[in-house]
Design a protein around this ligand. Structure first.
Ligand code: PTJ
Length: 246
């Protein structure tokens, strides 16, 4: 039982949600480590959506709306944290949703699919094939899903698949709190924000953008700028915190 007056109450509730999801076979044990890393970067960013990330979220909406066949790739952590937000994003963006796991087991695939469906997400099904140039099971994807996508949204990704998807000629939007991660560095558009803040912001932007405005905005996306701005935001905050101790 987490006391409501604990100064880190909100963060502890999320930890508990992920630990429960791990015990329920949704989140991989390694997913708890990923969450810890994300928390550390969120701390450095001030646990808020920076102005730069807010712009990236509008860019993400533009790219989703302008894409021919966008796919949202969902893993265990994303399902545990954002299942309740993904049906809205799917509806607003028109994207397909595919479950794609690093620590892939049939049981986890089924549990994550069931959780998403409980929250109203329409999850793609079919026979996976080894279409992504990777040596492990993350190579497996659906030919009509990620296989045929021109754009893949990958919240909370491990490093190598983003590069492999880019190698296949696909655009990739990553949601990752760590601007230094390989995923953030190789994505077409890195959204440096917490997934539960990023998903509803992208959804809201999808709902207010016309197709013509989306096409125009999607052409001018500059991913590197967002990496630089996130690193600058962290540096400024560290400096501020250092000064506060003087
Ligand atoms: O469910 P599976 O089997 O597909 O496995 C998923 C994990 C997350 C275990 C796997 O993809 C993995 O190992 O990822 P990494 O390499 O730990 O990378 C996760 C990235 O997401 C790190 O850069 C974290 O900083 C970032 N991250 C963690 N939590 C959040 C986050 N970014 C946004 N929001 C978060 N809540």
């Amino acid at each position: 039982m987490i006391p409501e007056d604990h100064p880190r109450y909100a963060a502890l509730v999320v930890r508990e949600r992920l630990a429960d999801a791990m015990r329920a076979g949704i989140v991989a044990p390694e997913g708890l480590i990923a969450q810890g890393r994300g928390e550390a970067f969120d701390y450095l960013l001030g646990e808020r959506t920076t102005a730069s990330a807010a712009r990236a979220e509008v860019d993400a909406a533009a790219m989703l709306l302008a894409a021919r066949r966008p796919v949202i790739s969902v893993n265990g952590n994303t399902a545990a944290l954002s299942a309740h937000q993904l049906a809205d994003l799917q509806e607003a963006s028109g994207a397909l949703v595919e479950v794609n796991l690093f620590h892939r087991t049939e049981e986890r695939m089924q549990r994550i699919t069931a959780l998403l469906e409980e929250h109203g997400v329409d999850v793609l099904s079919g026979v996976p094939e080894r279409l992504i140039p990777l040596s492990h099971d993350r190579a497996l994807c659906l030919p009509d899903g990620i296989g045929a996508a021109d754009l893949v949204l990958v919240p909370l990704e491990d490093g190598d698949r983003c590069a492999a998807l880019r190698q296949m000629g696909k655009a990739v939007i990553a949601v990752d709190l760590n601007p230094l991660s390989r995923t953030a560095q190789t994505a077409t558009l890195p959204v440096i924000d917490e997934v539960r803040r990023a998903v509803p912001a992208i959804t809201a932007a999808c709902r207010t953008m016309t197709p013509a405005a989306a096409r125009e905005r999607a052409c001018g996306v500059d991913g590197k700028r967002y990496l630089k701005e996130a690193i600058a935001a962290i540096a400024a905050r560290l400096e501020e915190m250092g000064h506060a101790l003087e």
